[in-house]
Ligand binder design. Structure first.
Ligand code: SF4
Length: 148
């Protein structure tokens, strides 16, 4: 705790195998950046009770769906609520989140067609953090932070 900068990070960026396909999104640049900071690793999808591996999902029309149309809104909302509850009382200086995820994407997400097409927008967790006033950074924008 103390005076150290506290950074919330998508756990998959730190190498945790919590991604839908059982892998991770290890990001050395993120890891280097947070090495001297307090880190809180979160995976809102796992926090919502979703398994690893799990079906890939995308956002469409405000709902979370897999390619067969099954809706996952409930575990996503549960995961967001659990994650926020864990953050209560903590001062988070910055959140660094995984790009294009339906949970964590900050700048862009897949468009719901499962065709690889992207659209401007945020994942549900990232949007919630933004709405609550957190400073949120997409992992792909880390180069802005160089030298910090
Ligand atoms: S929900 Fe976020 S932290 Fe979890 S695997 Fe997806 S991008 Fe990573």
């Amino acid at each position: 705790m103390g005076d150290r900068t506290c950074v919330l990070v998508s756990a998959c960026l730190l190498g945790e195998n919590c991604k839908y396909n059982g892998g991770n999104n290890y990001n050395q640049q993120v890891i280097d950046f947070v090495s001297d900071k307090e880190v809180i690793a979160v995976c809102p999808e796992v926090a919502g009770g979703l398994p690893v591996p799990r079906k890939p999902v995308e956002l469409s029309g405000g709902h979370v769906r897999d390619a067969e149309g099954k809706v996952y809104d409930k575990p996503f909302q549960t995961g967001i609520a659990h994650t926020l509850a864990c953050l209560e009382g903590k001062t988070i200086d910055l959140a660094i989140l995984q790009s294009r995820s339906p949970s964590c994407g900050v700048n862009q997400i897949y468009d719901g067609s499962f065709s690889g097409r992207k659209t401007a927008g945020s994942g549900l967790f990232a949007q919630k953090l933004k709405d609550l006033g957190y400073k949120v950074l997409d992992a792909e924008d880390m180069n802005q932070m160089k030298g910090k």
